[in-house]
Design a protein around this ligand. Structure first.
Ligand SMILES: Cc1ncc(COP(=O)(O)O)c(C=O)c1O
Length: 434
């Protein structure tokens, strides 16, 4: 009996000593707190593979990264990539060396001239666009006295319009064609031949997956514009998969072919990271025109808009590039594009009006009822040409969802086309059935 009582006592003493030795001010969570966190995790994990309305890849595949990270206890340090990753920072707890290798890999992928680029791992696609517009403004200011005008298609991502506002730039919204590409004739009409031009090209519009015609934009600039211009490519989603896909799509994101000045790509879209991040790369010529403010405190080296930057996201990027065979990235890119073709064909076979742009993994179609919208986290849109629509973004994780989705759409269509259909329809197939 005495022996038996000693066990909890030993455990208690061991716990007390461990807690006293731990350099932690955290206390165990209450049962309620723990329960809330567990419910959140269960809800997200049970629904994640069904999310198809937003361009994120749920096949994150980061178990190996987190196993390494926690095995060595790196979560007990505060790393920070503040500063220019190409310069030595007085704050040595950074991952700049790995960040540079990630940028070197992508600079090669996007066809920048070797050694003639600069870039960093961003906080998101929007962060990359923000730097594209900022760097563009600075580069143009170094060449001309007048303030530039920012040109972007009305179907480009809303972040560009917001960033023009934040950076106090005159914005000219260019009309889009029905399928979402910038209307080149309207660009020509609206282009001021004298003022510097900052053009943001949509390399895959958010809703219809349309790609602006870069050759036509360059032609208009060459023939109708006299001052300096700067071209930034918003390739948030398409910049991830196009270089890996079969065919000639890689040429659309190749700097020496398209002559763009900078490019922004999201990391959490095609590459499947579990938090927002991205890539921004520009030419050395643009970079040297920045004229950054002097910051002796950080070795005179803060070209980025934000000061503190994640040191973990570059590590994740590096880890993924090293742990994923090139053949796997190619396979994912091709399967996404093939899946989008299949989805388009299946929807049309069932009598649903559906559309897709070339090189695109996004299929848009007449908007189903609220049940289907909710089940697949579909994004709604109101379009002047197509009416009420929704889209499905074919990412690597949606493979198993394609067939049930088409079946749900078919059921919805049958309900709405039958004379006895009611205006309010019940939820689509119960989620547990999938
Ligand atoms: C074309 C385009 N640009 C920019 C963004 C914004 O990227 P992020 O969400 O990484 O900030 C998106 C997001 O969907 C997008 O589709």
């Amino acid at each position: 009996m005495r022996q038996f009582n000693r066990v909890p006592c030993i455990v208690f003493v061991w716990l007390a000593i461990s807690l006293a030795l731990l350099p932690s001010i955290a206390r165990p969570l209450t049962r309620d707190d723990q329960q809330r966190l567990d419910e959140l995790a269960r809800r997200i994990l049970s629904h994640k593979d069904q999310v198809a309305g937003y361009p994120v890849n749920q096949e994150t595949d980061l178990d190996g990264f987190y196993a390494w990270y926690t095995r060595l206890g790196l979560q007990r340090s505060v790393m920070n990539n503040v500063g220019d990753p190409r310069k030595t920072s007085p704050y040595s707890l950074n991952t700049h060396a790995f960040e540079n290798e990630v940028i070197d890999d992508f600079a090669e992928l996007y066809g920048f001239q070797p050694g003639k680029y600069w870039g960093f791992v961003t906080a998101s696609g929007t962060d990359g666009n923000s730097h594209g517009i900022y760097f563009g403004r600075k580069a143009l200011a170094s060449k001309a006295q007048q303030a530039p005008i920012l040109y972007v298609s009305e179907e480009a991502h809303y972040s560009i319009k917001k960033l023009a506002d934040v950076q106090n730039l005159e914005l000219r919204l260019i009309k889009a064609l029905e399928m979402g590409q910038m209307d080149i004739r309207d660009f020509e009409r609206q282009l001021d031949p004298e003022r510097p031009a900052l053009v943001v090209v949509a390399m895959g519009t958010t809703f219809k997956g349309a790609i602006d015609d870069q050759a036509a934009i360059r032609r208009v600039l060459a023939t109708r514009h006299r001052g300096p211009h700067y071209i930034h490519l918003d390739a948030a989603l398409f910049g991830g998969f196009l270089p890996y896909a079969s065919g000639d799509g890689w040429q659309l994101v190749h700097q020496q072919i398209q002559r763009f000045d900078s490019i922004a790509v999201s990391g959490h879209k095609f590459f499947g990271f579990d938090e927002p991040m991205g890539i921004f790369i520009t030419t050395q010529d643009t970079f040297r025109r920045l004229n950054p403010f002097h910051v002796p405190y950080l070795n005179d080296a803060v070209p980025t808009i934000s000061c503190s930057r994640s040191a973990i996201s570059p590590l994740k990027f590096w880890w993924k590039l090293h742990a994923t065979p090139l053949s796997a990235l190619r396979q994912q890119a091709n399967e996404m594009l093939d899946g989008a073709e299949t989805l388009l064909a299946r929807l049309r076979e069932t009598g649903i009006r559906a559309w897709k742009n070339p090189y695109s993994n996004t299929v848009f179609f007449e908007r189903p009822d609220a049940g289907v919208m909710r089940d697949y986290d579909l994004a709604p849109e109101e379009d002047p040409a197509f009416g009420k629509v929704a889209h499905f973004v074919v990412m690597p994780h949606v493979d198993a969802v394609l067939a049930p989705f088409v079946a749900d759409m078919k059921r919805w269509k049958a309900r709405t086309s039958s004379p006895a259909s009611t205006t309010l329809s019940p939820r689509a197939t119960p989620r547990t059935a999938r």
